[in-house]
Ligand binder design. Structure first.
Ligand SMILES: C[S@@+](CC[C@H](N)C(=O)[O-])C[C@H]1O[C@@H](n2cnc3c(N)ncnc32)[C@H](O)[C@@H]1O
Length: 306
């Protein structure tokens, strides 16, 4: 396939489209960087803010994040251009909107809506008091949980400071209280059994296998009895796929700086959730029903009995 002229032309076009997407949003965001930072400072003023932001000056983002401009995003997830910089979050939200043709991120985020529908159907009695969103990026999935469960305290974590500053300002601009923290999904500093609901959205395909297993162990440690975790991601599974489809699906690893795409596609999450400490009959791994215009999102869900 790599030698086939038709494949090479398609692949070049796909790569060029991705580069152009980042040039288009990057030009504006980098030009407006100072104004973005000033707006974020105004939106998060201590006298008016509802949520909070805790950045850890000692925190070093993992090499898996810093060593690659993930999906060609300029500077990658951990980009931080200094005091108050929000570029990483603005890039993620704007690039994501363009990539998804306006669907699946921002106010039209379908991932959180799908998981919330799944929770209502599967766990109708769940009324979480504390919710954690792991790998929150710009917080576009964190905000819908705070809106859906107004009585709950919502926390969200990510490794990128520029991402978290933007997420905090964005949540405040929407009038929603979310508490953002700079932490690794595999090693948080929250207390044991301190959350009733833990979610992650499109994170598993962006982290290494040891980090993913750490995230599942951390989910088990942090869940209270009766609590539920739902790790949602793209419906990309290699089990049962033809070699051709696997090759086709590997394009992002080979050409779009997605080092963990295939690592995720090959992961067997049922035994990983068991190894993390969940009982066999407290695990559900599978797809959510697609709605008009959405993907059939994949979920790895586990819960603790009351
Ligand atoms: C695809 S984005 C997540 C999108 C977001 N959840 C949403 O719904 O819009 C992946 C995020 O995971 C974060 N991330 C990667 N490795 C991480 C780690 N070890 N701990 C915490 N966050 C991590 C990245 O910084 C990035 O913001």
């Amino acid at each position: 396939m790599q030698a086939d002229p038709a494949y090479r032309s398609w692949s070049s076009l796909a790569r060029a489209a991705q580069e152009q997407m980042w040039i288009a949003v990057g030009d504006t965001i980098f030009r407006e960087r100072a104004r973005l930072a000033a707006t974020a400072t105004r939106l998060t003023h201590p006298s008016t803010r509802r949520g909070s932001l805790s950045l850890d000056p000692q925190f070093t983002p993992p090499r898996g994040v810093t060593s690659v401009d993930i999906h060609l995003q300029p500077g990658g997830y951990a980009l931080d251009l200094g005091e108050g910089d929000c570029s990483a979050g603005a890039l993620y939200e704007s690039g994501g909107n363009l990539y998804a043709f306006g669907q699946g991120i921002s106010r039209t985020d379908s991932k959180a809506a799908h998981v919330q529908r799944f929770l209502r159907e599967r766990f109708p009695r769940l009324q979480p008091k504390r919710i954690l969103d792991m790998g929150c990026s710009a917080g576009s999935a964190s905000v819908p949980y705070a809106e859906a469960f107004p009585e709950a305290e919502v926390h969200a974590i990510d490794v990128g400071s520029g991402m978290l500053r933007y997420a905090h300002a964005r949540a405040e601009s929407l009038g929603v209280a979310v508490h953002f923290h700079q932490m690794d999904v595999a090693h948080t500093s929250f207390e044991d059994e301190s959350f009733d609901l833990i979610v992650s959205h499109n994170v598993m395909h962006e982290i290494s296998a040891p980090t993913r297993r750490g995230m599942l162990r951390e989910s088990r440690r942090l869940l209270r009895p009766g609590g539920v975790c739902v790790h949602q991601d793209v419906p990309l599974r290699f089990q049962g796929l033809s070699e051709f489809r696997k090759f086709e699906m590997s394009w992002d690893t080979l050409n779009n700086n997605e080092p963990y795409w295939e690592v995720y596609a090959n992961a067997d999450l049922q035994p990983e959730l068991r190894a993390a400490g969940f009982a066999e009959d407290c695990i559900h791994v599978g797809s959510l029903p697609a709605t008009q215009g959405s993907l059939p999102w994949f979920v790895a869900c586990a819960w603790r009995p009351e």
